[in-house]
Design a protein around this ligand. Structure first.
Ligand SMILES: [Fe+2]
Length: 246
C-alpha cells in the first residue's frame, strides 16, 4: 500500500487540489494529513470543502488547536482569518481530531509526540537559525514510540531520517506554506526554498520504508492575490518563491 503523507496545508486550497490529484495519479491508496489545515489568509473555506468527506486520516496541529482554544480577539492574524472563513462544522471537525495517530506500524504527530509546538527534527539556535537536531535528541523526543515509521510536520521542511535504532522519521514538508516567520522560541524564519506544494509518498521497501518527496507545481496566482488582498506580503512572497523576502 502506497501512503501519501500531507501536512501544513494552511488554507491553500489550490495547492491541496494539486496534491490530491497528484497523489491519486501516483497510486496512493491511503492518505494521512498531519495538521495545520486552515490557518492563513488564503482559502480556508475552499480547503474545508476538499477535506470534508475526504477519505484520509487526519490529526490536529497547533494552529488547528488555536482555532479552538483561543478567543477570537486573542488570535494571531493567520488564525483569525481562518476562523472567520470557516463554517462551524469545520471547527467541530477539528475538535474531533486526535493529536496523534497510530496505524499499521506508523506513528503520526504534528510536532513531537508530546508537543504540537516543538519541531522534532529541527532546533532553533539562539540567534534564530534553523538547524537539524542531533539524533540523540530526536531519539529522546521519540522515547517510547515503537513504530518503525514516525510521520511529523510543523516545520514545513521535507526531511527523511533513519535513527541508529532503525526507526525512520519523515516530515513531508508543507502543502500550502513554503516559508514563514515565527517568533518562538526566538524570532526565526523557516524557508523551504521552493514554491511548489510538498508532500511524501511512502511504501514498504527492502530496508524498511521507501520515501519519495513530491514537489507539485500549481497555479498560485489566486492564492497570492488573496494574500496581497489581506495585506500579507510575507505570505505572498513565500508563495511566489519559497523564501521570505528580506
Ligand atoms: Fe504547526
Amino acid at each position: 500500500m502506497k501512503l501519501a503523507a500531507l501536512a501544513d496545508i494552511h488554507g491553500n486550497a489550490d495547492a491541496l487540489a494539486a496534491v490530491l490529484a497528484d497523489a491519486v495519479a501516483q497510486g496512493a491508496g491511503q492518505m494521512v494529513i498531519l495538521g495545520d489545515h486552515f490557518s492563513g489568509p488564503l482559502d480556508a473555506a475552499g480547503t474545508w470543502a476538499q477535506l470534508k468527506g475526504l477519505d484520509a486520516l487526519c490529526l490536529r496541529g497547533n494552529h488547528d488547536r488555536y482555532l479552538l482554544d483561543q478567543p477570537r480577539e486573542a488570535m494571531g492574524a493567520s488564525d483569525a482569518a481562518a476562523h472567520d472563513a470557516l463554517p462551524g462544522e469545520a471547527l467541530d471537525w477539528l475538535a474531533g481530531l486526535p493529536t496523534v495517530l497510530r496505524f499499521d506500524g506508523v506513528f503520526c504527530c504534528h510536532g513531537t509526540p508530546a508537543s504540537d509546538e516543538t519541531y522534532l527534527c529541527e532546533r532553533i539556535t539562539p540567534d534564530g537559525a534553523v538547524a537539524q537536531r542531533d539524533c540523540e535528541t530526536i531519539s529522546r523526543l521519540l522515547a517510547g514510540i515503537e513504530a518503525g515509521l514516525v510521520l511529523c510536520a510543523h516545520s514545513h521542511l521535507p526531511r527523511a531520517l533513519r535513527l541508529p535504532d532503525g526507526r525512520q522519521v519523515v516530515n513531508p514538508g508543507s502543502v500550502g506554506c513554503p516559508a514563514y516567520l515565527d517568533d518562538a522560541p526566538v524570532p526565526h524564519r523557516v524557508e523551504s526554498g521552493f514554491p511548489e506544494a510538498s508532500y511524501a509518498l511512502i511504501e514498504p521497501g527492502a530496508r524498511g520504508w521507501d520515501v519519495s518527496f513530491r514537489r507539485v507545481a500549481y497555479d498560485s496566482h489566486g492564492q497570492i492575490r488573496r494574500a496581497v488582498g489581506a495585506g500579507r506580503t510575507d505570505w505572498a512572497g513565500a508563495l511566489r518563491t519559497g523564501w521570505i523576502a528580506s
